[in-house]
Design a protein. Structure first.
Length: 439
């Protein structure tokens, strides 16, 4: 493991997030382990997006299995590959198809979380528009044409798509505000792009456009954005939607069906090659996919497209090319490496500050396997939280022995038996997760 020190801010963000059961926004490379096949498959999807194609994946896993963490790792890879990423969690007031503003709310949330490699923490929409304007100015100087003509030329492709004419007009309005020093006009243009206009009347008064980004145009607006970010010099757009189980929880059958129809439309576009420079990652639980009454499988057209590969199923293997990717459980060895990484982060990257030896990691994992069973491989969230709680107690109470804490945790007070972990042969393996790829 690298002995590079970890900044206190990064360490605190990682530890606090994991103890709360949420994915850290920074420093995920310090703790990523396993799932190399899944990451390899998603890396190929990202390359496909960069080449002008599209991708669609359902990331399926139990609560606490690491779906959100996995999506964050893929997002980091996408940013390194110069894609623009947008991400949001679905909720009762945010869904992909609606008639009362919920889809517009989701789009607004996606735009607030829009990120680039230089601005990975979100709120990067303005900088993307500014970069487009800068590129247009450079081209105008080179060709000795007006910037307005270059903007029209660059956005002509968008004008052919649904809502594309007004999208192009809003970008032009931003340029006019930039040229005139009119901050209000620039602000209104960004408001429109963020879907923050509730009425067409206000949008027409402020920007001279006849449409707004509404519930009905959610997906069309994302397709426009994917082409726009290309014109701004990026490789494409990756859309991360988590907590898809909120669609499964909708009490209205009609509302569920309309959302599933929207998913089908996106899936068809991506699989048929109708969408360009865009990818969708949708995180959900097994029941969201498999439930024949309320899940995606309740919609026949989706079931036929998302059904598991029967040959892979019978052979007991995973088809990594499937649109529905089921996250495999972590192996005991991977969970052991994860605990080593967490210990390293907790010590700020300094091995001399480790609170417990390797023997304690084995004892802790033995405790988990004895009291929790196989679930601790499938849903590592609780195991991680418990482990960090133990480290916190040891840090604050140096007189307490780690063996005492683990003994008190155990239901049966017994010495750990031989582990199935082959930790003796553990090498200084690179556990960075991202390092397997040539970023």
């Amino acid at each position: 493991m690298s002995q590079k020190r970890i900044r206190a801010k990064e360490k605190d963000a990682i530890i606090q997030s994991l103890k709360s059961g949420v994915t850290p926004k920074i420093g995920i490379q310090h703790i990523q382990v396993g799932r190399s096949k899944e990451l390899e498959a998603l890396y190929k999807d990202i390359e496909k997006i960069c080449d002008g194609g599209s991708a669609f994946r359902l990331i399926i896993g139990e609560y606490g299995s690491g779906k959100t963490f996995f999506l964050s790792v893929v997002r980091s890879i996408a940013l390194e590959k110069k894609l623009v990423t947008v991400n949001a969690d679905l909720s009762p007031d945010r869904r992909i198809q609606a008639s009362s503003g919920q889809a517009r709310n989701l789009y607004s949330e996606l735009m607030r979380n829009l990120s680039t490699r230089n601005k990975p923490d979100g709120n990067a929409l303005t900088s993307v528009v500014e970069r487009f304007i800068t590129e247009a100015c450079k081209e105008a100087d080179a060709k000795e044409q007006s910037v307005t003509d270059i903007i029209h030329e660059r956005l002509s492709l968008l004008s052919e798509l649904v809502g594309g004419y007004d999208f192009a007009k809003v970008i032009e309005a931003y340029w006019n505000g930039h040229e005139q020093g009119n901050e209000l006009l620039k602000s209104n243009a960004i408001r429109w792009l963020r879907a923050e206009y509730a009425t067409k009347t206000d949008a027409r008064k402020d920007l001279g456009v006849r449409t707004i980004i509404s519930d009905a145009s959610f997906y069309d607006a994302l397709k426009l954005l994917s082409l726009f970010v290309r014109q701004a010099g990026y490789q494409g757009l990756l859309v991360n939607l988590d907590e898809m189980v909120n669609l499964y929880k909708l009490s209205s059958t009609q509302a569920r069906t309309s959302n599933y129809e929207q998913i089908l439309r996106i899936l068809n576009d991506c699989l048929q090659g109708s969408a360009e420079y865009i990818g969708f990652l949708l995180g959900g639980t097994p029941e969201f996919l498999l439930d024949p009454r309320k899940g995606l499988y309740s919609y026949e057209a989706l079931q036929s497209r998302l059904a598991e590969n029967t040959f892979a199923q019978r052979a007991g293997v995973i088809d990594y090319s499937s649109p529905a990717l089921h996250l495999a459980s972590l192996t005991p060895e991977e969970l052991y490496i994860l605990l080593k990484n967490l210990r390293h982060v907790f010590a700020g990257g300094d091995s001399t500050n480790y609170l417990i030896p390797d023997e304690a990691l084995k004892s802790f994992l033995h405790h988990c396997s004895q009291t929790i069973g196989e679930a601790y491989f499938r849903t590592p969230r609780n195991t991680i939280k418990t482990f960090l709680d133990m480290l916190a107690v040891l840090e604050q109470n140096p007189s307490i022995e780690w063996s005492e804490l683990i003994k008190k945790l155990s239901v049966e007070e017994e010495q750990p038996s031989d582990m199935t972990l082959d930790v003796e042969s553990e090498t200084e393996e690179n556990t960075d997760g991202l390092a397997n790829f040539s970023l």
